[in-house]
Design a protein around this ligand. Structure first.
Ligand code: NAD
Length: 468
């Protein structure tokens, strides 16, 4: 079956939704295009002295709001098409969860396994230098974050490089997903996976949808399979299990495994660290290939690796009733239609994995405010709560134990506030999408999410007065 390239896939979904909006084609075209595309090549010196040419991109998809925001991906599969698609998804994602940024994405075409830590540091610093030279990074311009193949370590190098070249009071806000000591925020590492869990929980709470799928309401008792046990896949699985769901299958690069009795998540992560593979863990059975894991019997499939994993070729074999898109673009447009035809509920990437950018937004706010969340009010809240509890004791005659007093008067720390802000955002965004789906009589949350994004971005462009 013919498959579209990734950016075309995103635009196909956009066009489907655009029909339900009031904007004319010119404005829709402006929303769709990538505003700026920077393709760079630069040399780095390998540890053995050889010089190697590295290729990278930064795409700012939409300047309707600034700064633009989006992760940086390190993978040998990175190319311009992928970076454009991911940048476009970022614009829609930010709009869906009401984060006031335009979308962007960066990528460096390297296989991280083939480079030492010092080589990755040199690549990261040189890539950052190239972004700085062309004005593709800055607290009010374009703010990168981690994505596939990068994490807090790389973000720390980016900040340090930016700082060396900019005497900027707000330098810390030039990149998010940093280590805490460098202005990062508690809760960012797990944010995307945590958001994935909140999104699944919201979907599983809708009785009519669960009835249609023949499933019980709630996450508890549901079985799930995860593809990719990296940052997003691991954390999403962690919170799913905490809520009572059962992990019955895993796909990783080296293969796929299955155990209907449930797989011990922390155990398998330790085992993989020791042996370099998930194969052979506990009572799990090895599957013929990692792609077979996608076709396992389960209630929820969580693709959390890369794009184009569920395609026209395997969609008809997928048995999961809920497809929870933790990765960006895991389902091609053709596969989407096949899954919908057999009644699956698809929780779209543009909504479901937005937790990362939501908490990145909180980190950026923290950096430009130069104060940690909770620092000013924590103690004040605690003493106010203690006064109320004392008053309750006086009126009721009940005496709280020291432990009860401590628990009930606990003032919010940074992590508590971040987590609560993330939960609130994921709930609100789900409600918005759900309402749009019902309003238009759609049976498709992806189209509803796109309609929501197009409406919000379209209004911004109208207000810019560029269409006399
Ligand atoms: P990661 O590098 O931490 O983990 C990805 C994992 O997928 C790795 O363990 C890798 O070995 C595995 N993998 C790769 N190819 C695979 C295959 N064919 N089959 C099975 N496993 C495979 O990356 P991540 O940050 O967890 O990102 C995963 C996805 O989530 C990407 O699509 C990314 O764009 C998206 N995402 C990430 C964030 C974030 O905050 N990190 C935010 C939003 C979206």
């Amino acid at each position: 079956m013919a498959e579209y390239k990734f950016y075309e896939q995103v635009n196909k979904n956009f066009d489907k939704a655009a029909k339900y909006t009031r904007f004319d084609q010119g404005l829709l075209n402006q929303i769709k295009v990538c505003n700026t595309i920077y393709h760079v090549t630069f040399p780095i010196r390998r540890d053995d002295g050889r010089i190697e040419v590295i290729e990278g991109w930064r795409v700012e998809h939409s300047h309707h709001k600034t700064p633009t925001k989006g992760g940086i991906r390190y993978s040998h599969k990175v190319d311009e098409d992928e970076t454009m698609a991911l940048a476009a998804l970022m614009s829609y994602k930010c709009a869906i969860v009401d984060v006031p940024f335009g979308g962007a994405k960066g990528g460096v075409k390297i296989s991280t396994r083939q480079y030492s830590e010092t080589e990755i540091e040199r690549i990261t610093r040189r890539y950052t230098y190239e972004l700085i030279k062309k004005g593709f990074i800055g607290p009010g311009v374009d703010v990168p974050a981690p994505d596939y193949g990068t994490g807090a370590r790389e973000m720390g190098w980016i900040l340090d490089t930016y700082r060396q070249m900019h005497d900027d009071l707000n330098a810390e806000a030039s990149v998010t997903g940093k280590p805490i000591q460098q202005g990062g925020i508690r809760g960012r590492t797990e944010a995307t996976g945590r958001g994935v869990y909140f999104g699944i929980r919201e979907a599983c709470a809708v009785k009519e949808d669960m009835d249609e799928l023949g499933l019980d309401v709630g996450v508890e008792g549901k079985t799930f399979v995860v593809q990719g046990l990296g940052n997003v896949g691991y954390h999403a699985s962690l919170y799913m299990i905490e809520a009572g769901a059962k992990l019955v299958g895993i796909a990783e690069i080296e293969g796929g495994i299955y155990d209907p009795e449930g797989i011990d998540l922390k155990g398998i992560v330790e085992y993989r660290k020791e042996t370099g593979s998930i194969i052979g863990f506990g009572n799990t059975k090895e599957l013929a290939s990692n792609k077979d894991a996608l076709e396992l019997d389960c209630d929820i499939l969580i693709p959390a690796a890369l794009e184009s994993q569920i395609t026209g070729d395997n969609a008809a074999n997928i048995k999961a009733k809920i497809i929870a898109e933790a990765a960006n673009g895991p389902t091609t447009a053709d596969a989407h239609d096949i899954l919908k035809d057999r009644g699956a509920l698809i929780l779209p990437d543009s909504y479901l994995n937005a937790g990362g950018v939501v908490v990145s937004y909180f980190e950026w706010l923290k950096n430009i405010q130069h104060v940690r969340y909770g620092r000013i009010n924590k103690r004040f809240d605690e003493s106010s709560l203690k006064k109320i509890l004392k008053e309750i004791e006086n009126v009721s005659g009940k005496k709280f134990t020291e432990k009860e007093m401590e628990n009930l008067s606990h003032g919010a720390e940074e992590y508590d506030l971040v987590d609560s802000g993330l939960e609130e955002t994921m709930i609100n965004a789900y409600q918005q999408i759900s309402e749009i789906r019902n309003e238009h009589g759609l049976n498709d949350l992806r189209t509803a999410a796109f309609i929501n994004a197009i409406n919000k971005i379209g209004i911004m462009y109208e207000q810019m007065g560029i269409f006399p």
